[in-house]
Design a protein around this ligand. Sequence first.
Ligand code: PMV
Length: 356
Amino acid sequence: MKLEDFISAASFELHQEVTWQAPSNIALIKYWGKYGEQLPKNPSLSFTLNQCVTTTTIDCQPNSSGRLSFSFEFEGQAAPEFHPKIDQFFQRIIPFQPWLKQHHLNIKSSNSFPHSSGIASSASAMAALSIGLMDLERQGGAAISESYFYQKASFLARLGSGSAARSVQGPLCVWGETPSIPESSDLFAHPISTSVHPSFQDYQDAVLLIDKGTKVVSSSQGHALMEGHPFAERRFEQAHQQLALLKRAIETGAVEQFIRVVESEALTLHAMMMTSQPYFILMHPNTLAVIHKVWEYRKANTSALCFTLDAGANVHLLYPKAEKEKVNDFIARELSVFCQSGQYILDEVGSGVKKV
Ligand code: PMV
């Protein structure tokens, strides 16, 4: 698929309301560094989550002004603080959905996870909005195949927030061109077609909320600091290599290899932050305390429990369903003390967007 393939020629006037739910995702191979319009400097691979979702209703009505207008409510309240981000998203996608210029959209959104929990909600939010817009495009009469429907939703979501491209489908999505996955693309993410070994089909993800405050450096600033970063080129190459190793581990059920790559990716992401100019640290002392506890637990038990980190202080714990009871007990007894207000969220791998 090329960029031009995503330009809709459809022109229509629609009176329609749609509601979609989209999940968050957690990257195993990390996207860090971008170019052009929201294109990744290296490929990434993620687990799609199940319970951490954004639900978005779009009421679409004709508008004679010739310019897209919208209103936005978050959790039942007008939320003007989100307007600049949504506005930027629409400016980027209007060339691909010119029919938007003939409409006014009333958008209402809510999250299943606690507000300001420190969980990045831009991935689920942008994916929910994008899939809803694709549903409207389809209802407007555009001839759309099933695969194009999801690919373009991912393409649009990417223009809102890069990692949102990976929240449309599941259980494992790749985004960014890489030789080990010939069908991969920088323009959109799609589920990896590789056979997923049974060991990885029912993974759990416990999100430990270490710090719920605003991050000192945003993801956008962090991506930008990869420009001219002394280790950037080597890191981008490494991401391709790690992705190939992880893909093989997922196909063959090589749990130890999976752990080595996933934990290395998390620490590499944060190492890139610590070696940026200016340098910064998003981990907190409790992030490190949890990591050490996980390593001790693995040493003392026959366990596949491992951790990964997003661009913040929170820790995601990954483990097979067979270990759910034991690990959840370990979290409650020994790790919740490191979480802000003792809060954590138990989630699992899911399959992507759903129409409500
Ligand atoms: O989608 P963004 O621009 O918020 O970047 C996300 C970057 C990481 O979460 C750190 C890694 C990833 O691949 O999701």
